[in-house]
Write a protein that binds this ligand. Sequence first.
Ligand SMILES: Nc1ncnc2c1ncn2[C@@H]1O[C@H](COP(=O)(O)OP(=O)(O)OP(=O)(O)O)[C@@H](O)[C@H]1O
Length: 334
Amino acid sequence: MSKPLVQVSDLRVVVRGADGPVTILHGVDFSLEAGKVLCVLGESGSGKSMTMRALMRLVPRSATISGRVLIDGVDVLALRERELARIRGSLVAMIFQEPATALDPTFTIGHQIAETVRAHEGASWADARRRALDLLELVQVPSAARRLQAYPHELSGGLRQRAMIALALSCRPKVLIADEPTTALDATVQIQVLLLLRELQRELGMATLFVTHDVGVACEIADEVAVMYAGRIVERGSTEEVLGRAGHPYARGLLRSVVTSDLVGTRLVPIDGSPPELSALPPGCSFAPRCNHAIERCSAAVPELAALSASHRVRCARLGELEPAIPHAQEVST
Ligand SMILES: Nc1ncnc2c1ncn2[C@@H]1O[C@H](COP(=O)(O)OP(=O)(O)OP(=O)(O)O)[C@@H](O)[C@H]1O
């Protein structure tokens, strides 16, 4: 097994709130090798985006991060601001749901990509423009030479998303962080962009962290899946293990809808009850108040992420006591 490109251990984020500090992330651990895609699933507010932002220290001013984040051997939490700015966009690139946040409306697509290539690689304008064209072709923008001259608002949503991916790839990142990058697109375009991302990340050997609410998206592109609840990873493993043989009652509930491998657009199934207030988490397992299987022991202490197999881990005090698989397990193929 090769050495992981991304290693995250005991990642914690605490935000200063009006009524005192609130812990948003309670010690997140995972690692990811080059060329692999990890999908992070979970309900709104579970801490998916905060985890991704904390990796690059893009957290609110009121937040404090602790733990360890090693990316390609670089200790991100120990970097000075200047060094950090250098690795954002070169070692690690981020793409978001809304391309408008990454693309400047006042410059053409070609100018923005070429400018980034020049800033990071010191290339001449002529070389940078050639590379901008190569990148637009790589992300399969039709009539790429003409689109270089276009402003963001002149492109369709799908093309803008491709342009943003080209911009993210312009510095040859080793790690790509994608936070719901296809959610705003209609289903057909979503599938095209997802297939493109999967193809690119394999071709370029990037480690990709992909945040989504969509089980179908995870089925389509993930090698590994992590499920988050109330600021903790409650289950992680290979896509087949987590989507096919979920062990945590929360993950099982969320994944009730998974019946085939081609379900882009399948939102997670809402579970009865609502997530806890982060400022007033119940003792022990945060999911216990919503869990049909909870017993007294579940509220005594936060369970560890225990191993079900070499790669499959579940944070449940009743692991091993529950039925081993969810009913749809055999139908999932990845
Ligand atoms: N700037 C902030 N200050 C205080 N709390 C914040 C801030 N940003 C996020 N939070 C809180 O952190 C928690 C996790 O938020 P986060 O955005 O990571 O969730 P998420 O799982 O990505 O949700 P979604 O799927 O809706 O994007 C939420 O309870 C949110 O209210």
